[in-house]
Ligand binder design. Structure first.
Ligand code: ARG
Length: 641
């Protein structure tokens, strides 16, 4: 409400009457919503259609040419000739403060926001709210769990985990900005027979010192070695026509060890916990490089035996179980879900499986966090698993199963380092950093000015990986292209970083205190000039011609820029509906391209002070939005590069 009062006050200063507030809109946080409310009010008066039909029908436009908001008249349930009505409404619509153009396009109405209003209002809004610009209390403090990354201890951190990390980190930030209470959760693959194998391997090949120094790599090495031994042992026995003694072979020892873990054997659990704790410690550092901090390191091991029993009982009670040679499975065909096939929920030796643990984990999380929504960021290879899991959870009688969302994504092709095909997160980040440093060094003069080149190479390199990942719709596969993603030309992470550091340098060079920017005179005449001012100047025809051409282009570019700026908060909301990082990435490229084209015609240094300050205020607001968008994605913007 305090926000609402200050909105009203700000609008009054600009001689604007605040439109009626539509429920579910956030005009004080989102200028597009403010204009939506205005259009809704006026169009309702014009057409007699109820506001509740108009507001939700006002659509987002992908391209500026089509306007800022689009209204398909068929959604208003009007009777009569819609094409004619579109023309009539466009003619009669009250233009002025908020909207300065309405264009009928068949059965559609295109609304264009008033540049004068946006330039002043949005720029000041950004400069006042700084890093909070873009956020709105949409989530109303509801709780959301975002489960993401979820690698398996002692196994490689593969591309699927990388994508889950990047996309999940973004979705967590996004929901936080939109007023949700976010729980970031990592569900580790930290249980199962492989820990028996690992323990046997560690006895043979393990080194305490190496485990401390580099747990992730060391555990993986041990795991690979012991697996090789295990295969060799089997092959040898086969060649001799013998069978392995189950008590006295690697596989048997591993089974026994894991059984010990499951039965609570303290020695076994102590070793397992050491592997787990040291791995997590290392993960924490690596995730920090990506600006990710988990609230919970959960994992398959953390699902309690009690809840597993509960799951198994419910499945039986609800007649969802079929028995097959001592093993238990859900046959979805019998449950009217033919496409979902069958899935094993308990092996004949009584041990539980992946899906059973997921069912138990979800139930425990509901009890513990009482979440309103839970997102699983998992590769589309696990689409079937996730569908089976969600469906089973629902059939078990958990009404809240509808609040679970699977955010899936495609594969990364060709991701490997020179060392081979196995890639750990740290290795990827180190390799990118090294390459970025090489590229930076090719410009010796610039390189000399960078204070901490290692740090900058790291941050810019990481942004390259992240942007490449989030650029296209997440369901698409993509090719991991070192050179392409690191180039500062084209739509890449380094390009965004470059734009940010350039905006910083404009601010540094002009060197105006922030308070002064807030007082800037942001009238269109002041930022761009006007035809009247030109006429007063008594220019030669030729000069006049040249200057009025420039003016035209200044007006056009400034208009495009502020319209893009205004749509940032609405872009966040849109991204939260489709869980698409590409929505934000596309927006940021649109913003930076428009900035660079506008900056070409609106110089800052060399203008008289009032104009300089006005333009600088505008570009400072652009910088702030770019900063907010990059941090939202998980990227740290650099000051110089
Ligand atoms: N650890 C699993 C893997 O690497 C991913 C876990 C995904 N999350 C889940 N709740 N199943 O394949």
């Amino acid at each position: 409400t305090r926000k609402m009062e200050s909105l009203t006050a700000n609008l009054k200063k600009m001689d604007l009457v605040p439109p009626q507030n539509i429920e579910g809109s956030f005009p004080e946080f989102n200028t597009v919503d403010l204009c939506r409310n205005y259009i809704t009010e006026k169009l309702s008066e014009l057409s007699g259609v109820d506001k509740s039909l108009i507001y939700p029908a006002l659509e987002w436009c992908q391209v500026l040419e089509k306007g800022d908001l689009l209204l398909p008249l068929p959604r208003l349930r009007l009777k009569g000739n819609l094409d004619e009505m579109a023309i009539e409404f466009a003619e009669k619509f009250p233009l002025g403060g908020y909207i300065d153009r309405v264009v009928p396009q068949g059965k559609f109405l295109q609304f264009y926001f008033n540049t004068k209003f946006l330039l002043n209002y949005v720029t000041k809004d950004v400069l006042t709210r700084t890093s909070e610009f873009g956020s709105s209390p949409l989530g109303n403090n509801k709780t959301i769990i975002v489960e993401f990354s979820s690698p398996n201890i002692a196994k490689p951190f593969h591309a699927g985990h990388l994508r889950s990390t990047i996309i999940g980190g973004f979705l967590s930030n996004l929901h936080e900005k939109l007023g949700w209470n976010v729980v970031r959760m990592n569900y580790l693959g930290d249980w199962g027979k492989q820990f028996g194998v690992l323990a046997v391997g560690f006895r043979k090949y393990g080194s305490e010192a190496e485990l401390e120094a580099n747990p992730i790599q060391h555990l993986f090495d041990v795991y690979v070695k012991i697996n090789n031994d295990m295969t060799a042992e089997k092959e040898e026995a086969e060649a001799k026509g013998e069978t392995l003694d189950p008590e006295n072979c690697i596989d048997g020892e591993a089974r026994a060890f894991f059984k010990g873990m499951e039965n609570g054997d303290e020695e076994a659990l102590k070793l397992w916990k050491k592997f787990r704790d040291l791995s997590i410690e290392r993960y924490i550092g690596t995730y920090a490089r990506l600006n990710i901090k988990y609230d919970v390191y959960s994992g398959e091991s953390q699902v309690s035996n009690d809840v597993m029993k509960e799951v198994s009982n419910t499945l039986k009670e609800k007649n969802m179980i079929t028995e097959d040679r001592g093993a238990l499975l859900i046959d979805f065909k019998n449950l009217g879900q033919k496409k979902l096939g069958k899935v094993l929920v308990q092996k004949s030796d009584g041990t539980s499986l992946y899906i059973t643990r997921d069912l138990g984990a979800a139930i425990e999380r509901k009890e513990k966090y009482n979440f309103d929504k839970m997102i699983y960021v998992i590769a589309s290879q696990q689409d079937l698993h996730t569908k089976q899991f969600f469906t089973a959870l629902d059939m078990m009688g958990n009404k809240w199963a509808k609040d679970l969302v699977h955010v899936n994504f495609g594969m990364v092709l060709g991701m490997s380092t020179r060392k081979g095909t196995v890639v750990f997160l740290d290795d990827i980040l180190e390799a990118v950093k090294a390459k970025m440093l090489e590229i930076m060094q090719t410009n010796a003069e610039k390189f000399a000015q960078v204070e901490d080149p290692e740090k900058v190479a790291d941050l810019v390199g990481i942004s390259a990986v992240m942007i490449q990942d989030m650029q296209a719709k997440r369901i698409n596969n993509y090719e991991f292209g070192w050179d392409r993603m690191l180039s500062s030309e084209g739509d890449t992470g380094p390009y965004l970083q470059y734009a940010h550091s350039r905006l910083r340098s404009i601010q540094r060079n002009a060197n105006v205190p922030d308070e002064e920017l807030l007082e800037a005179n942001l009238s269109l005449d002041n930022v761009c000039g006007s035809l009247d001012k030109l006429k007063e100047q008594n220019l030669s025809d030729e000069e006049f011609e040249k200057k009025s051409k420039l003016l035209e282009s200044q007006l056009e570019k400034t208009q495009a820029l502020v319209r893009i700026m205004a749509s940032y908060p609405d872009t966040l909301r849109y991204a939260s509906k489709n869980y698409e990082p590409s929505t934000i990435v596309t927006y940021l490229f649109k913003l930076t391209h428009q900035f660079s084209s506008t900056y070409k015609v609106l110089r800052v240094i060399g203008e008289e002070r009032e104009i300089m300050i006005a333009r600088l205020a505008l570009f400072s607001a652009v910088r702030q939005i770019l900063h907010n968008g990059m941090t939202l994605l998980g990227i740290t913007p650099v000051e110089r590069m």
